[in-house]
Design a protein around this ligand. Structure first.
Ligand SMILES: Cc1ncc(COP(=O)(O)O)c(C=O)c1O
Length: 422
């Protein structure tokens, strides 16, 4: 694919009339549509043969032993911490720079998320700050610790945008403090990391955590509309998650109705209704088959953005690390507010007015009412994330983005930086 530079093709960039680039447009092929139609015609709509097929193919794709399909990544994360026995009186390290789901599932279990600051370049959890927060918690110096004594039992790293964390460092910290690791891999499929150029690549989900949780939400790297997958090498965790994903029944509905297993199920726990439908899995099996080609498309666009925006003083661009296979779910840029006469919110307003869909990932958790009021986290405990979030803008990045769409994004961003230079 040859991409012309917007600076070559559009002198001074006069935006084409009414060009509107969405923040995201899902890439749904004919194969997905045909499989959904087949599923509808088959008479089996809920969890069944297509979900089983999707689970096996996904486990193989990431190199994990067991995959449990569920209706969201949030459900996968919840099942994972439930299966690991998370309960009241316990605490879990969670990055403040993440989506609501990563921390709320800790609250579902009555436990406390101990929020951790982020790295200024990757936005991933800062493990030095994680050590600091553990010390503060143990010394009773965290606001969260004032209400009840807490023992810290786990860590939930998030691979922000699909750029994986240094897992040697995560695992070393986990070993030092006897913590389990559950990966929030909502952005990280397909993604991989290695500790050095001579080390083998390890795919996200290939034994990278006790449980790795993926999202198939509408704008994720592969989608089923809504959906998720919990991947683990542990037979015990997999069977607990599978059982809890369907009301805590002794075996699942597919077994119950297909004739292979006795009709006489038993309720062995008070479980949840988290199962994925076959209609959704029908989309998933074909998205999965195209996952690497869609990742390559996103990578091509990301690299092009990096080249086309590199000279702008007002922007800091995402980092690229040699030892990472980046999923490129998101393309977040950091504004250098000292080089601009407008703030981030005005930047977004102008960009949207110019027909560029954009977003922010994220307002950090400690700046949301629930966490700041319930746990009284002061912004000063997060010296990186607190100011960083006011500089964040995420640009559109999706497979199937047309040349003129990416040129329009680059042109609009360049115009905005030039017109509002401080
Ligand atoms: C980092 C992160 N974790 C978890 C989730 C939740 O995913 P789902 O919508 O599949 O529950 C999201 C969704 O955007 C996310 O960005």
């Amino acid at each position: 694919m040859v991409l012309s530079s917007p600076r070559d093709s559009l002198s001074g960039h006069t935006p084409p009339a009414a060009m509107n680039v969405p923040f995201f447009r899902p890439s749904i092929g004919e194969a997905e549509i045909a499989e959904v139609v087949n599923c509808l015609r088959s008479g089996w709509l809920t969890t069944g043969p297509t979900t089983k097929r999707f689970e096996s193919a996904f486990a193989e794709a990431v190199g994990g032993k067991h995959a449990v399909a569920v209706n969201s990544c949030t459900a996968a994360l919840h099942l994972a911490v439930e299966a690991l026995g998370l309960s009241r009186g316990q605490a879990v390290l969670v990055p403040t720079m993440t989506f609501a789901a990563t921390a709320e599932i800790v609250r579902y279990q009555g436990a406390v998320p101990v929020l951790v600051d982020c790295d200024p370049q990757t936005f991933n959890m800062d493990l030095d700050d994680a050590e600091r927060k553990i010390k503060m918690l143990r010394a009773g110096k965290l606001p969260a610790a004032e209400t009840e004594p807490l023992s810290i039992v786990g860590i939930i790293p998030v691979h922000v945008s699909g750029l994986m964390m240094d897992l040697d460092a995560v695992n070393a910290l986990a070993r030092r403090h006897g913590l389990w690791v559950v990966e929030d891999a909502a952005h990280a499929f397909p993604a991989a990391w290695r500790s050095s150029e001579s080390a083998p690549w390890q795919r996200c989900g290939e034994g990278t955590a006790a449980v790795s949780c993926f999202s198939f939400y509408a704008n994720k790297t592969i989608t089923t509309g809504e959906g998720g997958m919990a991947v683990t090498d542990s037979e015990e965790l997999a069977s607990r998650m599978r059982m809890m994903s369907l009301h805590g029944l002794s075996h699942d509905a597919w077994g119950r109705y297909s004739g292979g297993v006795s009709w006489d199920y038993r309720i062995v726990e008070a479980g949840y209704k988290y199962n994925l439908t076959d209609v959704a899995a029908a989309i998933g099996v074909h998205q999965l088959a195209r996952a690497e080609s869609m990742r390559l498309e996103r990578e091509t666009i990301a690299r092009w953005y990096l080249e086309e925006l590199v000279d702008l003083e007002a922007l800091e661009l995402p980092v690229v690390l040699e030892n990472r296979l980046h999923a490129w779910h998101l393309f977040p840029v950091r504004l250098r507010l000292d080089k601009l006469s407008i703030d981030r919110n005005a930047f977004i307003t102008h960009l949207r007015a110019a027909g560029v869909g954009c977003s922010v990932h994220w307002r950090p958790l400690h700046l949301h009412p629930y966490y700041s009021e319930r746990f009284a986290w002061p912004a000063e405990l997060f010296p990186v994330a607190s100011p960083l979030w006011e500089r964040l803008v995420t640009l559109p990045l999706f497979p199937g983005m047309r040349d003129e769409e990416r040129a329009h994004v680059v042109g609009a961003v360049r115009d905005l930086c030039r017109q509002n230079h401080a």
